[in-house]
Design a protein around this ligand. Sequence first.
Ligand SMILES: [Zn+2]
Length: 344
Amino acid sequence: MRTSLILFAAIALFVAGCTTTGQIPPQDPLVSGYEPRNIMLSEMASELGWTYETGPGAYDYTLLSPQGDQLIFRIGTDYLNINGARWQQERDAVEKRGNDLMLPESTFNYVCKHFGRHDLVRTPLRESKIEYKLEPIGKTEAPKPSVENKATSTVLKGLTICIDAGHGGSDPGGIGNGVSEKQVVLPVALMLRDLCESASAKVIMTRTTDVYPDLDDRCDIANGGKCDLFMSIHANIAPNDDGVTGFEVFYNKNSVPGGEFAKALAVAMDKATTSPNRGAKKDPRGLRVLEKTKMTATLVELGFLSNAGEAKTLTQKDYQEKMAAALFEGVVNFWTKGNASVSK
Ligand SMILES: [Zn+2]
């Protein structure tokens, strides 16, 4: 569980900023039923006569040709990097198996063609009828080490964070399109907990199951735990407009660090999702958990359950993992930017 979370932490960060991309053609489905075809990185290396090694990042594997070509695969992402340019693989199948990676066979085929090794290309059972235009993203640029390398680290050592999954138990929170707030915020909160703990933070949860601590209980838990940061996780409802989508982060209007923390979270979420960024906002309602907590506090609204598409997305595990990874990145970015002794 924790491993997969860390992998997903990598996803959101690695795809950050990518809007368009070259695409590697999908593997043709088998005649009866779609059975994705895979190849292990070690096998790919030996067929090409290349070598592979771990790094440069904690979640990267590098394939090196004798001529100095460099391919970097990042676990848990559907991107690969060829000599500094990013390409999108057919699907997100870069999966760790021991000290090896499993990749879509179409990636292998593409790499063979890219480097003129047409003799190695594996023939699918059916020819693809779709023509794909293969273009790298943007200009050549070495991949930068990013915060995902900090998912298993001590980057949050010294931080005590209270994570509050909104609502719960008898209080479902907002309900839209058959999806309740309590049902989507808890998994995100638990994933975020795991990521923060992996990065050596002390995490205090207000709830880890489907129960309802009241708002004062939640504040007491955070205050009693002498937490440095407090994050309450919620989802939105727009009662009169089911077209509204997007995430937003509220903070206490009197808290300067609260505003900075909210901004860091919104920036990270913006990179992780195409859902509209409604921004970091001063809380206009005097939300109890932002008023009564004594530390830097934010309240995150992940998206709108009143919108059918967003409601569905918010129930999906991969999206929840993306959101958790983004929130984790926001925490790391805020905490490591000289905020180690913030107060309210
Ligand atoms: Zn709520």
